[in-house]
Every structure is written in structure tokens, then in C-alpha cells.
Design a protein around this ligand. Structure first.
Ligand code: HEC
Ligand code: HEC
Ligand code: HEC
Ligand code: HEC
Ligand code: HEC
Length: 376
């Protein structure tokens, strides 16, 4: 038995060209970064993101084409995409999702029509791998060499986040323009945190780029993406929404974001911008809507032939006016932007058990109290 195991070990070391360093192996020296990363969306994929898995299975029970971006390190990527292999819970290159090693070995990114293409650096055989980043004069370690690479400020996020079209050339999402630099994304989504890039902080850098990649799921962070302002008019109110982000308000088609505006008098609601459903106020109901060949609604974007979207582009503002009952001193105006991570349509086609996907979450809320009665 022991001889057999040794033989296997010997064979696998001779024949494996794959020197993949899994996520957990980075923990030895980059403890903080590893911990941050574990809490991030990039550590989520087919096995631990219910929303993604259920939609992927709905698109196809055979082919896992999503692997290109959601399981990019897979050692059998081609087979997954072609449908001759399925995601495997015992394979680290599958469970590691958007892995550390993958991101840090991107050599360049090629622009393409359906979605961009990440090209990996070739690693010299029998040498430790070279990992790229943005540090000035990075140290090597006994596990990897380090090298500064301009790709990490320019194109590193483009490979997966720029855009995606389905087989019928319908846009499923678009977050970046062709010339947009990733440094912009990094400034908001990877702010500097205290503590060196590795455990010992031998170079006394004192800080590192956050690997939490905070986004829509973080309550405080998501409130920073838009500005809202309410003002009163003679016969009503005006709300201004401004998207402060470097990308459209809606990127992910599973989501919906919408505005609710209320007037409260002595704590009681006397007016609202819709009666039953938020979607009645079309102007401030932001979502992608997909259609089939006949122009009928489809929910799974992979099957769509056309789409329309109500969105706020990067840095765009929108002003909406409402006629309300005459306002009095003491009235409270309340404007709330909500987000559903999985909109109702989406919930109608996939079963979700995690409550967070199902409810309406506050994106941002503001209130304004009327100080004195408006004069005509
Ligand atoms: C071109 C790269 C790319 C491909 C291919 C791709 N995705 Fe994504 N996907 C992304 C990116 C980037 C995000 C994060 C941004 C966002 O939420 O839209 C994402 C996020 C998602 C989310 C939201 C997850 C959450 O927890 O909120 C779902 C659901 C999803 N993808 C489904 C799919 C499915 C299903 C497929 C395959 C049919 C697929 N994606 C293929 C890039 C891709
Ligand atoms: C044995 C310790 C050790 C292990 C294990 C290790 N690293 Fe490092 N890494 C270092 C040291 C030391 C530096 C240099 C830090 C500095 O210069 O401040 C570094 C630097 C880096 C850099 C910066 C490169 C640059 O040019 O900017 C990246 C990226 C990186 N490591 C990624 C990883 C990833 C991903 C893993 C796991 C696959 C990993 N490291 C595993 C010790 C290690
Ligand atoms: C000014 C800060 C800022 C910049 C610059 C920025 N973002 Fe964002 N981004 C945010 C905030 C805040 C959110 C969460 C709020 C929201 O989505 O409404 C967010 C959300 C996201 C999401 C999640 C969307 C979803 O529904 O799942 C992705 C993906 C994303 N950003 C990627 C990027 C990329 C790629 C870039 C570079 C082009 C970038 N961001 C630039 C602030 C920024
Ligand atoms: C989505 C891509 C992505 C993933 C996944 C990722 N990183 Fe990074 N990492 C970056 C980028 C981009 C930078 C450069 C940030 C900057 O501008 O300083 C960076 C920087 C670093 C640095 C240098 C420290 C610094 O302050 O710049 C280290 C070390 C590092 N990453 C290690 C890791 C480890 C370990 C993991 C997994 C636990 C990981 N990274 C996962 C994109 C990624
Ligand atoms: C290999 C593909 C890939 C690369 C490269 C990549 N991402 Fe992502 N990113 C994804 C996918 C896929 C998701 C969604 C994962 C999930 O939730 O299941 C995601 C999620 C995110 C989110 C969280 C969105 C949310 O709110 O849920 C942010 C923020 C983000 N990425 C920022 C970045 C930034 C900044 C870069 C460049 C430094 C980058 N990503 C590079 C594939 C990638």
C-alpha cells in the first residue's frame, strides 16, 4: 500500500505541469489579504453562491460556460465549457473561484466582442512562479518571485468586468468602457488598509490594498455609490439622483434598484410615488428587461434576443418631479433607494433559500422636514 502511494506521488510530480498555488497556500505569508479575500465575492462561485449556481444550472445542465469568469483557474476549463465535464467539489482549481493565483498571473487582457479574454503568463518549468502586482521593488519569497506589471493598474479588471454578450449578441452586462483604466476601479473597491502586504512587513510598507472587494452586498459601502437630494416646489417635490460610480447604476441583470418617495404627516403616510408596486414609477425603476424573438418577456438573459434597460450611466444625474398634496410645516419627505439582489422575476424562475436575495435592501435613504409652509 505504502509503495503504491509513493509511486502515485512520484508519478504525479513527474507528470503534472500544473504548479497551481491554491488560495489557502497564500495564507502562510499574506494572512490579512487572505482573510479579506475570503469575505469577498471573488471567493464565491459555483459551490458557494446559490444565485449564480441556480441560474447557471437553469441555462444549461451540461455546459458550464460561466467558468471563463466564475471558475477561471479550472484545470479542465475547456471541458467545462464544452459540457464534457462538470464542476467538481473536490478540485481546488474549481472551488477556489476567482483565485489569487489567477488574478496575479494575468499577463495581458485582449479586447473581444462577446467578452474580453484574460491571457495568463507562461511560467517557466521547474522554477517558482512569478506573481505580478503593483508594488515598487517587491521582494521575492521562497514560494514565488514577484514582479511589478503595469497591467495591474490598467487592464486587470477588464478581462471579466468590461462586458458580456450572449450567443444572440444581446448585452447581458456592461460595466467598463474600452479605454477605462482599472486603477479607477481599484481606488474605490481596493482602498488602502493598514498592515503590510505580507505578515512580516519586511519592507515596512505599513499598508496594503484591501482584498475585501466591497460591493453591493455591503450596507455601508453601497450607500456611497449615489447622491440623493430632495427639494420642495410650489405644488410638489423634486428628487435628484446622481450616480457617483465609474460604471452604470445597474450592472448585474438579476438586480433591480428603485426609488420610493413618501410624504409623512404626523407619522402617517399621506402620499407615495406608487400605489401597489414600485415598478409603476417607470422612470426610477432601474432594471434590464429581456425579450425573445417574438418580443415576449424572457427572464434568463442567456436566452434573450433583445433587451432594453433603464439605467443611470457613470456620473449621470436624473431629476424627477412629483405633484403632491400641499405641504405643511412639519411634514417629512422621505426618499429611499432600494435594491433587490434577485428581482421578483428572477425569483420566479430559480429557487433561492438565502433570505438576503429575496428582500428589498436599502441602498440609501434621506429625509427632509418642511420648516415652513410653501407660498404660492
Ligand atoms: C465575461 C465574464 C463572465 C461570464 C462568462 C459570466 N459571468 Fe456572471 N459575473 C461576471 C462578473 C464580472 C460578475 C460580477 C458583477 C455583477 O454582479 O454583474 C458576475 C456576477 C454574476 C452573478 C451575480 C452574483 C451575485 O451573487 O450577486 C450571477 C447570478 C451571474 N454572474 C451568473 C452568471 C451565469 C449563470 C453565467 C453563465 C451562464 C455567467 N454569470 C457568466 C462575469 C461573467
Ligand atoms: C513564503 C511566503 C509567501 C507565500 C506563501 C506567498 N507570498 Fe506573495 N509575497 C511574499 C513576500 C515576502 C512578498 C513581497 C512583499 C513586499 O515586497 O512587501 C510577496 C509579494 C506578493 C505580491 C506582490 C507582487 C508585486 O510585484 O507587486 C503578490 C501579488 C503576491 N505576493 C501574491 C501571492 C499569492 C497570490 C500567493 C499564494 C498563491 C502568495 N503570494 C504566497 C511572500 C509570500
Ligand atoms: C467612485 C467609486 C467607484 C468606482 C470608481 C467604481 N465603483 Fe464599482 N461600485 C461602487 C459602489 C459604491 C458600489 C455598490 C453600490 C451599487 O452598486 O449601487 C459598486 C458596485 C460595483 C459592482 C457590483 C454591482 C452589482 O450589482 O453586483 C461591481 C461589479 C463593480 N462595482 C465593479 C467596478 C469596476 C469594474 C469598476 C471600474 C470601472 C468600478 N466598480 C468603479 C463604487 C465604485
Ligand atoms: C480580482 C483580482 C485579484 C484577486 C482575486 C486577488 N488579488 Fe491581490 N491584488 C490585485 C490587484 C489589482 C492588486 C494591486 C492593488 C494596488 O493597486 O495596489 C493586488 C495586490 C496584491 C498584493 C500586493 C499588496 C498591495 O498592497 O498592493 C498582494 C500581496 C496580493 N495582492 C495578494 C493576493 C492574495 C494572497 C490573494 C488571495 C488571497 C489575492 N491577492 C487575490 C488583484 C487581485
Ligand atoms: C477572472 C475574472 C475576474 C477578474 C479578473 C476580476 N473580477 Fe471582480 N468579480 C468577478 C466575478 C465572477 C464576480 C462575482 C462573483 C460572485 O459573486 O459569485 C466578481 C465580483 C466583484 C465585485 C463584487 C460585486 C458585488 O457587489 O457583488 C467587485 C467589487 C469586483 N468584482 C471588483 C473587481 C475589481 C476591482 C477587479 C480588478 C482589480 C476585478 N473585480 C477583477 C470576476 C472577476
Amino acid at each position: 500500500m505504502r509503495v503504491f502511494v509513493l509511486l502515485l506521488l512520484f508519478l504525479s510530480s513527474v507528470f503534472s505541469q500544473d504548479k497551481y498555488m491554491d488560495n489557502h497556500s497564500c495564507n502562510e505569508c499574506h494572512e490579512k489579504i487572505y482573510e479579506e479575500y475570503q469575505s469577498s465575492s471573488h471567493s464565491k462561485g459555483y459551490f458557494n453562491n446559490e444565485l449564480h449556481r441556480n441560474i447557471a444550472d437553469k441555462v444549461s445542465g451540461k455546459k458550464y460556460e460561466c467558468a471563463t469568469c466564475h471558475m477561471p483557474m479550472a484545470d479542465n476549463l475547456k471541458e467545462l465549457i464544452e459540457g464534457t465535464a462538470r464542476p467538481d467539489k473536490t478540485n481546488k482549481t474549481h472551488t477556489d473561484a476567482i483565485s489569487c493565483y489567477f488574478c496575479h498571473t494575468i499577463a495581458y487582457v485582449k479586447n473581444a466582442h462577446k467578452h474580453n479574454i484574460n491571457t495568463k503568463a507562461r511560467q517557466a518549468e521547474n522554477y517558482k512562479p512569478t506573481l505580478y502586482g503593483r508594488l515598487e521593488n517587491p521582494d521575492d519569497s521562497d514560494k514565488h518571485s514577484s514582479s511589478k506589471n503595469p497591467v495591474y493598474g490598467k487592464k486587470v479588471c477588464m478581462g471579466c468586468h468590461a462586458h458580456k454578450l450572449n450567443e444572440n449578441n444581446v448585452t447581458i452586462f456592461k460595466a467598463m468602457d474600452k479605454e477605462q483604466e482599472s486603477l479607477e476601479c481599484i481606488n474605490c473597491h481596493m482602498p488602502e488598509l493598514s498592515g503590510g502586504a505580507e505578515k512580516m512587513d519586511k519592507r515596512a510598507r505599513g499598508h496594503h490594498a484591501s482584498h475585501k472587494f466591497l460591493g453591493i452586498y455591503d450596507k455601508e459601502f453601497r450607500a456611497t455609490g449615489i447622491d440623493m437630494n430632495i427639494s420642495t416646489k410650489v405644488d410638489g417635490i423634486e428628487v435628484v439622483l446622481t450616480n457617483k460610480m465609474a460604471h452604470p447604476l445597474i450592472i448585474q441583470p438579476a438586480r433591480v434598484k428603485y426609488l420610493e418617495v413618501k410624504v409623512l404627516r404626523e407619522g402617517k403616510e399621506i402620499w407615495k410615488n406608487y400605489i401597489n408596486e414600485p415598478s409603476e414609477d417607470r422612470e426610477v425603476f432601474f432594471e434590464y428587461r429581456f425579450k425573445d424573438r417574438e418580443g415576449k418577456k424572457v427572464i434568463i438573459p442567456a436566452k434573450a434576443y433583445s433587451f432594453e434597460v433603464n439605467n443611470l450611466e457613470a456620473k449621470e444625474s436624473k431629476t424627477v418631479s412629483y405633484k403632491t398634496p400641499r405641504l405643511q410645516k412639519g411634514d417629512v419627505l422621505k426618499a429611499t433607494m432600494f435594491v433587490r439582489f434577485a428581482k421578483n422575476d428572477c425569483q420566479s424562475v430559480v429557487m433561492l433559500t438565502d433570505e438576503k436575495y429575496k428582500k428589498a435592501n436599502v441602498l440609501k435613504e434621506i429625509t427632509h422636514t418642511i420648516e415652513k409652509e410653501e407660498k404660492e
